[in-house]
Design a protein around this ligand. Structure first.
Ligand SMILES: NC(=O)c1ccc[n+]([C@@H]2O[C@H](COP(=O)([O-])OP(=O)(O)OC[C@H]3O[C@@H](n4cnc5c(N)ncnc54)[C@H](OP(=O)(O)O)[C@@H]3O)[C@@H](O)[C@H]2O)c1
Length: 403
């Protein structure tokens, strides 16, 4: 792409940002500088070097890693690879929905196994799965499948394992989307049979995104791993499965690293940590006399609507550079203070993941018969926090919500 087009493309989101009131105070000089910086940083972006078909070595900040991509698995190759397989996808929650529909659209022979007449059964029927044809009860689906995709909730995987394990017979492949069950087997009791391949493909996002990115013709980033390779083909199978369920790029990991990083990340920056940070900032603003709308706008709205998308698109330095000199100075000065205050919390969190405490908590909580009601009560409490009630009012003013 020419540098002029690069510049034009880089300016587009910026123009949108500048048009928004949240960034009116940011100067155009800073913005233009940001575009220049972005052009430079994009020019220096890691260049993928094609090695052999199906693998690229990418330099991630000085660390070379192999990355596998969908482009190397054209649909005909994918269909040919799985031509003798029946994929029995057990569980039709968020991931079951996304992965199942993508497999079906990719022309792979996939059947769904769920509890008769439960919520998932009804959802599957709504999505066009036909009872007796490609929708069965769990045991029947497993008996028909050569690759068993265990996409029950993690607590349900543990609960149902004594019943499911004897059905995972030699010759089948066992697939997960999380390392949780086998890695924490002392707690989950998911001891895998020793005579089957055990593989993982974990999309880095919700099952809804697995589906929406696939429909957009893109593809979600996923990690893949092999826990047990009895056929010598487990790695290739894991990559093929990753592509078949709708991944665009696949990063190799281990079951252990996948589950540690995943539990850590969602409790940290992705969900728990960011919520804690929002609450702390909002509460201080309110205690110091700021109105709910001001506290919300300065804590959440500007973050999600203006600045975080810039980090996502171009990186942290770009976002800093797109802001005023005053904002930049403060952000750079306060970064180490937050980092130093938070790092011990993150270390505690990693320890709590690593030693199984988080798994134990999750299994105990999510196995209670009334966990859905208890969880709904907690969601209701969050929904009723002033910050999120204020947020609802702020969102209602968006043009798309005022029609
Ligand atoms: N959600 C994500 O964003 C995400 C992302 C990456 C990986 N993963 C992993 O993907 C896997 C599936 O997660 P998910 O979020 O899709 O699960 P989920 O939405 O919680 O799905 C739950 C499924 O398990 C079934 N189920 C629950 N208890 C059961 C029981 N006792 N017996 C039989 N079926 C039972 C439910 O069926 P009923 O409707 O009949 O209750 C439903 O089909 C997990 O390993 C998860 O860690 C999830």
């Amino acid at each position: 792409m020419s540098s002029a087009r690069n510049l034009q493309k880089a300016l587009r989101p910026l123009a949108r940002q500048l048009a928004s009131p949240a960034v009116q105070r940011r100067t155009f000089v800073a913005a233009a500088g940001a575009v220049r910086a972005a052009a430079v940083s994009r020019a220096a972006a890691p260049v993928a070097k094609q090695q052999t078909r199906g693998v690229k070595t990418i330099d991630f900040a000085g660390h070379k890693e192999d990355v596998y991509e969908r482009a190397d698995w054209p649909i005909e190759k994918l269909q040919d690879y799985f031509k003798n397989d029946t994929l029995a996808l057990i569980g039709y929650g968020s991931q079951g929905h996304g992965q199942g529909l993508n497999l079906r659209d990719n022309g792979i022979n996939v059947i769904i196994g769920v509890r008769k007449d439960g919520k998932s059964w009804k959802d599957a029927v709504q999505d066009g799965w036909v009872p007796g044809k490609n929708l069965f009860e769990v045991d029947e689906a497993i008996s028909k499948g050569s690759i068993v995709m265990n996409l029950l909730s993690d607590a349900a995987q543990s609960e149902t394992w004594p019943h499911i394990k004897p059905q995972i017979t030699k010759g089948k492949t066992l697939y997960f989307s999380h390392g949780f069950s086998p890695v924490f087997k002392d707690l989950t009791k998911v001891e895998v049979p020793t005579d089957v391949d055990v593989i993982l493909c974990a999309p880095k996002g919700s099952g809804r995104t697995v589906r929406s990115l696939f429909k957009e013709g893109r593809g979600i980033n996923s990690s893949f791993a092999v826990y047990q390779d009895v056929t010598g083909k487990a790695k290739e199978k894991a990559i093929a499965m990753g592509v078949a369920i709708g991944s665009g790029y696949l990063y190799e990991t281990t079951f252990e690293k996948e589950v540690y990083s995943d539990l850590y990340g969602e409790r940290g920056c992705l969900m728990g940590g960011i919520h804690g940070m929002f609450l702390a900032q909002y509460e201080v603003l309110r205690e110091r006399g700021h109105s709910p709308s001001e506290a919300f706008n300065e804590t959440v709205e500007e973050a999600t609507q203006s600045l975080y998308p810039l980090i996502g698109a171009y990186g942290m330095d770009w976002m800093f550079d797109a802001c005023s000199t005053t904002a930049r100075r403060g952000a750079i000065d306060w970064t180490p203070k937050f980092k130093d205050a938070l790092k011990p919390v993150f270390n505690n969190l990693y320890d709590s993941v690593r030693d199984g405490s988080e798994t134990k908590r999750s299994l105990e909580y999510n196995s209670q018969p009334d966990y859905r009601e208890k969880y709904e009560k907690e969601l209701e409490e969050i929904r009723n926090l002033e910050i999120w009630r204020a947020g609802k009012a702020v969102r209602a003013l968006r043009p798309e919500n005022t029609k």
